[in-house]
Design a protein around this ligand. Structure first.
Ligand code: FAD
Length: 418
């Protein structure tokens, strides 16, 4: 008599791009998958994202320079940073850890850790889209332009450009004439830029997530629309995920719950340090501006890029506050930015998204096996670069599940480093 082989059932917690990509990758390897997420697409980082893959992804966010600039940023009503009431619970320990992570010795470690994932990001996505050809039309690969509106901005970014080159990024400096040829609608008199060649973007983050969801359903994955509350564990093993509607049995569990992951990892005795760093995006549908590639202005913290049916403007960072919904003030700042860049151009309609980047103090994700459980894994905390990292991180977790080891050195992402 034949016994039927039953594939191990893996619970993936979190339905943003990290969780969805994790589920697709597991299904391709023959696992059975249950994806657990209590909320819809609104209020996720993956919906508010710019969606650039590999843009500036080797520069850690925390630095001594940044701390010195914080007062100036907070005074500027159109600046990249807002702090509002009530503050996030763990803000003070997070800031102390970030100050340490921003010193030059620690920044080098973080940059290397980011490069390991960031420079592999695009290829990993292309491999996944070979498995799921429906994804192919949702990517653009035209590079990414680091845009400087004046010579001072260019000068300010030159140290970062050295670091990017050191980490292996191919960069091409572009002068005013080249920028004006590439972006004829730009209004700044002396723009310049740095083109990152090995980069691209997803051309509609909401459609991208719904396509991944459809692919998971088609491949036999199951969705449970519930918040994960904790775990049933036994002898260093997770046996089930607890939800208000009952327990979901599993052979292994992976936490991919973005800014909600720290609370869940505590239930598995690991203290991860994650701060929700809210960001926003607007899509200007049928905008009369044609843009072939994403542009990223580091000073304003804003990216402008082609969306499937128009132009997408994303960025800014808000700490604190409770709302999970569209943030009008941030939307106005984004609109003012793009109107300064291209003048007042027509568009049909504006839609907006707001979501929390799962930020760690050292810019590195929490990626690997749970320290105290043999069948639990963490894949969260990808901060500013979760879209870039999603496919390569999913490969790393699958390797850990199948072989117990990873081809990439994952010690920089250790869950218990905080
Ligand atoms: C404005 C902005 C611009 C960005 N630009 C870029 C970019 O250009 N390139 C790039 O690579 N990255 C970018 N990022 C970062 C990137 O978008 C994020 O790192 C990534 O989307 C994080 O995905 P995630 O799946 O981890 O989190 P999310 O998308 O936030 O999804 C987490 C999901 O987990 C669910 N969840 C939480 N707790 C639980 C629980 N207990 N039970 C069940 N479900 C739970 C939430 O409901 C949510 O659906 C940007 C982010 C923002 C905000």
């Amino acid at each position: 008599m034949h016994t039927r082989h039953v594939p191990p059932n893996i619970s993936v917690i979190g339905g943003g791009i990290l969780g969805l990509t994790m589920a697709c990758t597991l299904l391709k390897q023959g696992f059975s998958v249950t994806l657990i997420d209590g909320e819809g697409v609104a209020g996720r980082a993956s919906s508010a994202t710019a969606g650039i893959i590999g843009g500036s992804s080797v520069i850690p966010w925390a630095s001594t320079d940044l701390w010195m600039n914080v007062p100036r940023m907070l005074r500027n009503p159109d600046g990249p940073l807002r702090v509002i009431w009530p503050p996030s619970k763990n803000i003070l320990p997070f800031i102390f850890k970030s100050i340490k992570a921003g010193t030059s010795r620690h920044r080098i470690k973080s940059a290397k850790g980011l490069a390991e994932l960031g420079l592999r990001g695009w290829k990993a996505w292309m491999r996944l889209s070979n498995d799921y050809p429906e994804l192919k039309s949702l990517f653009n690969q035209n590079g990414c332009l680091l845009y400087y509106s004046n010579p001072q901005e260019n000068y300010y970014d030159s140290a970062n450009n050295m670091k990017r080159r050191e980490m292996g990024m191919r960069l091409m400096p572009l002068g005013s004439q080249e920028i004006q040829d590439l972006l004829p609608s730009v209004t700044h008199p002396k723009p310049s830029g740095t083109l990152i060649e090995q980069a691209g973007n997803i051309n509609d983050p909401i459609l991208f997530q719904s396509t991944l969801k459809d692919l998971i359903k088609k491949a036999g994955g199951t969705f449970v629309c519930q918040k994960a509350l904790g775990f049933i564990t036994e002898a260093e093993h997770v046996r089930a995920v607890k939800t208000r509607l009952g327990n979901i049995d599993c052979d292994a569990a992976i936490i991919c719950a973005g800014a909600g992951s720290a609370a869940l990892s505590r239930k598995l005795s690991t203290k991860a340090c994650i701060l929700p760093a809210w960001g926003a995006s607007i899509t200007l549908h049928e905008a009369e501006i044609i843009l072939k590639l994403p542009l990223l202005n580091q000073i304003s913290g804003i990216a402008v890029l082609p969306n499937l049916d128009g132009l997408r403007v994303a960025g800014l960072l808000q700490l604190g506050g409770r709302s999970k919904h569209r943030e009008e003030l941030m939307e106005k700042i984004l609109l003012r930015y793009v109107q300064k860049l291209f003048g007042h151009f027509p568009y049909q309609r504006l839609s907006g998204q707001f979501g929390p980047r799962p930020l760690t103090p050292d810019s590195l994700p929490v990626l690997g096996s749970a320290p105290n459980y043999k069948n639990a894994y963490f894949n969260f905390g990808h901060g500013h670069w979760g879209i870039t990292h999603a496919a390569i991180s999913a490969n790393i977790i699958v390797d850990l599940i199948i072989d117990g080891t990873s081809k990439i050195d994952i010690t920089p992402y250790k869950p218990d480093r905080f």
